[in-house]
Design a protein. Structure first.
Length: 220
């Protein structure tokens, strides 16, 4: 299970942007989280991805309560969750070639260069990135191509849980369909659970097993 228990989080202790949010995702389940712009969805997504320490509440992953965040999160928990954000240009290091962007989590997890390169190549193929594109840097590819690389980076450690925060908001319909397809193939193969955050009800309803409204999981 992936559990958010009564999570309060924000950037100023006196004025949290997320208040008392609770949500449980079963293994293999896809849950859409729908809410208006600015309600705190991305903040909660960062908490779920262990990138932002909540002011109160708990994240419990497969029975283990998280008590370290960002680099202080235990490796076993950090690698259990993959995350993709809305804006690939803010989340990919502009100095790296796409093959290095994808291999980054493997290197951080201590894999050898050769092992990381092989696994990165395999994952790049799964997201539809091949050949010469992998040798380019972020400014030399389109938003859609860069987002494919960011999705590959999220999948490369084979996480049991995926958080997609408006992953397709900047993309056209065909790239959106392609990326959703990649996520669904991955989930079928690995039985991973998904939290898909967004404001497009049609997409979330089509993609997910269930869609929940922000106002049903958090105090507003
Ligand atoms: N790093 C930050 N520092 C301070 N305030 C922030 C930071 N990130 C977000 N906020 C504020 O927190 C609130 C919630 O933002 P958040 O990005 O979580 O909402 P959202 O629901 O994801 O919005 P959107 O759908 O527009 O992306 C906003 O008022 C925003 O200005």
């Amino acid at each position: 299970m992936f559990e958010l228990r009564d999570v309060t989080a924000g950037y100023d202790r006196r004025e949290p942007v997320v208040r008392g949010a609770s949500l449980t995702i079963a293994p293999g389940e896809a849950v859409g989280l729908l809410g208006p712009s600015g309600c705190g969805k991305s903040t909660l997504a960062k908490v779920a991805a262990l990138l932002h320490r909540p002011a109160a509440g708990q994240v419990v992953i497969d029975g283990e309560a998280v008590n370290g965040w960002r680099h202080a999160a235990p490796r076993g928990l950090r690698t259990a969750v993959g995350v993709v954000f809305q804006q690939p240009r803010l989340s990919a290091d502009p100095r790296l070639r796409l093959r290095e962007v994808i291999a980054e989590p493997l290197r951080a997890a201590g894999r050898s260069r050769a092992d990381a390169a092989d696994r990165a190549l395999e994952t790049a193929e799964a997201v539809g990135l091949t050949g010469e594109l992998l040798g380019r840097r972020p400014h030399e590819v389109s938003d859609g191509q860069l987002q494919r690389a960011c999705l590959a980076r999220a999948l490369v450690l084979r996480p049991r849980w995926l958080v997609c925060d408006e992953m397709t908001a900047m993309l056209d319909a065909s790239t959106t369909a392609a990326l959703v397809h990649v996520v669904e193939d991955y989930r079928r193969e690995h039985g991973a659970g998904l939290l898909a955050v967004g404001h497009d009800r049609v997409l979330l309803d089509r993609w997910c097993d269930r869609t929940v409204e922000w106002s049903r999981i958090a105090r507003t």
